[in-house]
Design a protein around this ligand. Structure first.
Ligand SMILES: N[C@@H](CCC(=O)N[C@@H](CS)C(=O)NCC(=O)O)C(=O)O
Length: 218
């Protein structure tokens, strides 16, 4: 039996980012689906594991961890510390961490701010200021990619895999990425990564669910 279990919901971007890292590290994993729509995350068994009731959550032997960014860095440090997915050099690692925090606190946070009212309050449009905030964050990411293949430099890192989960979701909800040429080239480059198609399927399902609730396209 596999020692590593991922509690996962395929539509969830942070959950997909954890799975992308697992695929890129080629780890053996048991995936347990927590269907958020069906309320699986509020069931007693899952709350005993993660009282914050969020996916992704991993159980590795007797070790439990949630928060996708903490998970992706733990997985590299635990299973392949030499991997360029999370470089050891403090300055390079600092840039990777910065990009991870940018995803959590800026890019994906702005997507959530636009999407939560649609999912929870029956809102059927995304206000212009929220659209602009998402596009501004994409502009920042586009600038970070100037003159380099990957978001933190010359190698693919956990920051690319994390941002791939977010950018694929943003594209799937109908944001036109063509005004961000560095992002579109990078997104295309990501097609070669293990787990790309699996992530894309989850993002597409997310996009279909959101677009069906919107009065007009993004
Ligand atoms: N910052 C967290 C966010 C995790 C999160 O909020 N996941 C959502 C799905 S996208 C969830 O599990 N929601 C259920 C809940 O909060 O009860 C991470 O990156 O892991």
């Amino acid at each position: 039996m596999s020692p590593l279990t991922l509690y996962h919901f395929p539509i969830s971007p942070p959950s997909r980012s954890a799975l992308l890292v697992i695929r890129n590290l080629e780890l053996d994993v048991e995936i347990k689906i927590i269907n958020l729509m069906a309320g699986d995350h509020m069931k007693e068994d899952f709350l005993k594991i993660n009282p914050q009731h969020t996916v992704p959550t991993i159980v590795d032997g007797d070790y439990v961890l949630w928060e996708s960014k903490a998970i992706v860095t733990y997985l590299v440090e635990q299973y392949n510390p030499e991997s360029s997915l999370y470089p050891m050099d403090p300055k390079q690692r600092g840039i990777v961490n910065q990009r991870l925090y940018f995803d959590s606190t800026v890019l994906y946070a702005r997507v959530l701010s636009a999407i939560i009212p649609i999912l929870r309050q029956g809102v059927t449009n995304i206000p212009q200021d929220k659209k602009k905030a998402i596009k501004d964050a994409l502009g920042t990411l586009n600038t970070c990619l100037d003159g380099q293949d990957w978001v933190a430099g010359e190698n693919c890192t956990v920051a690319d895999l994390s941002l791939l989960a977010s950018v694929s979701t943003i594209s799937a909800i109908g944001v036109d990425l063509s005004e961000f040429p560095n992002i579109t080239t990078w997104y295309d480059r990501c097609k070669s990564l293990p787990g790309y198609d699996e992530n894309e399927q989850g993002a597409t399902a997310y996009g279909v669910a959101i677009k069906s609730k919107l009065d007009e396209p993004f």
